[in-house]
Each structure stands twice: as C-alpha cells, then as structure tokens.
Design a protein around this ligand. Structure first.
Ligand code: OMP
Length: 215
C-alpha cells in the first residue's frame, strides 16, 4: 500500500523525524516532516507515485497542477510526469509554479509553466498545519485568474487553528469549497510506526494530538 511505503521512505530518508521542533505557527511539535529530504531518485519516484495515485484516485478534473515556490515546484513537475506515465490519456495536463520575485524582462510575469488564466488548477504542497501556505497559494492563483479545484498535500498534521475546532485541512476545504486531500496524516503515522517508535515518542505524539488535534 502506497501510504505505508511513503511513511517508511520518509523515515528512511530522515524526512520524518522525532524530537522537538518549533513550527511556523509557534507550536512545539514532537515530530517534523521535511519534504526537502526526499532528494534521491529512488525516493522521488515513490513521492511522485504517491501524489499521482492520490490525485488519480480522487477523480478531481483539472488542467494544470500548481506547485507553490519553492517546495511545491519539484512536486508539481514530478507529479504531472508520473500522471502521464500512469494514464497516458492525461499526458497533456500541465504544471506551473510561481517565482518568488517578479521578473520584468524576458517572458515576464511571475507564473512559470502552463497558464492559469481561466483554467482549473490543482494545488500540490508539502505539509498543511494551519493552512497559511495554502492560503498564500490561493492569492497567487486568483491573481493569475485561475480557479482552484483541489489541493493535495503529502502530510496533513490534523491540527486545528487557534480560532476553530475543525482541522486546518477541513477549514481550507470549506473556505475554498474544494476537496483537500493528503497522502498521509498524523493518525496514519502513529498507526504505522506504533511498534517501531519508543514508548516516549509515541506518547509525545499522542499528547500533541490531544493538545492541538482537530475534534
Ligand atoms: P502552514 O502554512 O501553517 O499550513 O504550515 C505548513 C508549512 O510549514 C509547510 O509548507 C512547511 O514550510 C512548514 N512545516 C513543515 O515543512 N513540516 C512540518 O512538519 C511542519 C511545518 C510547520 O512549520 O508547520
């Protein structure tokens, strides 16, 4: 099953680590997922397969996959290529990403790759904690006149935001009115690694989930 393989690959490549980490939100987390450490060819193949399979199984119809700079860029490129390999009838789907700094010469604009204007855009990103990164992606896509039809992240940390009891993923899904999916979530990680983590590590994850997890 690709979810278990994905978690195993994340642990083996050190992308998924256990300890004490300060998040963008300021929360102190007993685990951290760094997608940048999925950096060898063999794990990138697994990463692409996991995103592409999640997207194909979702049935979401789209024209362009958008990966927000920087970590979303390779995800979008690898995923659109893997989708073409798994389903050649989808071989004309495109990918795009934003420049962090607008360019005023050459091709101009701050979107590189397929045009977003008037098109159905599927967003891919690494992790969803509070939803801040996804909200920023929406602003960029709307400025380029694209329509978001779905979001796929590698990891849903299943955390509620300060002002809500539902998870950030659910809140984003409700706000954008589109499906928001993840390859794995914290519950999948706890279930899959329950026999390989130490009792302390496992307890720290459960305590964290109790404190910040969605209802
Ligand atoms: P939100 O923008 O709050 O949803 O947090 C997601 C972002 O936080 C990711 O795009 C990363 O930049 C970073 N992050 C991780 O990469 N891995 C984690 O396990 C947790 C975070 C985080 O800071 O929340």
């Amino acid at each position: 099953m690709f979810k278990s393989q994905f978690i195993d690959a994340a642990v083996a490549s050190n992308a998924l680590r256990f300890g004490s980490f300060t998040l963008k939100s300021g929360r102190i987390s007993p685990y951290f997922f760094n997608l940048g450490l999925f950096n060898s060819g063999e794990v990138l193949v697994q990463l692409a397969t996991a995103y592409a399979t999640t997207i194909l199984e979702s049935g979401i119809e789209f024209d362009v996959i958008f990966g927000p700079a920087y970590k979303g860029i390779p995800i979008a490129a690898l995923t659109v290529a893997k989708i073409a390999e798994l389903d050649p009838s989808k071989g004309k789907l495109e990918y795009a990403f934003n420049r962090k700094e607008a360019k005023d010469h050459g091709e101009g604009g701050n979107i590189v790759g397929g045009s977003l204007e008037g098109r159905r855009v599927l967003v891919v990103d690494d992790v969803i904690t509070a939803g801040t990164a996804i909200n920023e992606a929406r602003t960029i896509i709307e400025a380029a006149k694209g329509t978001i039809v779905g979001v796929v992240t590698a990891l849903d940390r299943q955390e509620r935001t300060a002002d809500s009891t539902v998870s950030a993923l659910t809140a984003v899904s409700q706000r954008f009115n589109v499906p928001v999916l993840s390859i794995v979530n914290l519950s999948d990680i706890i279930a899959h690694l329950s026999s390989s983590l130490s009792a302390e590590q496992l307890q720290a994850l459960k305590d964290y989930q109790k404190q910040y997890g969605a209802a």
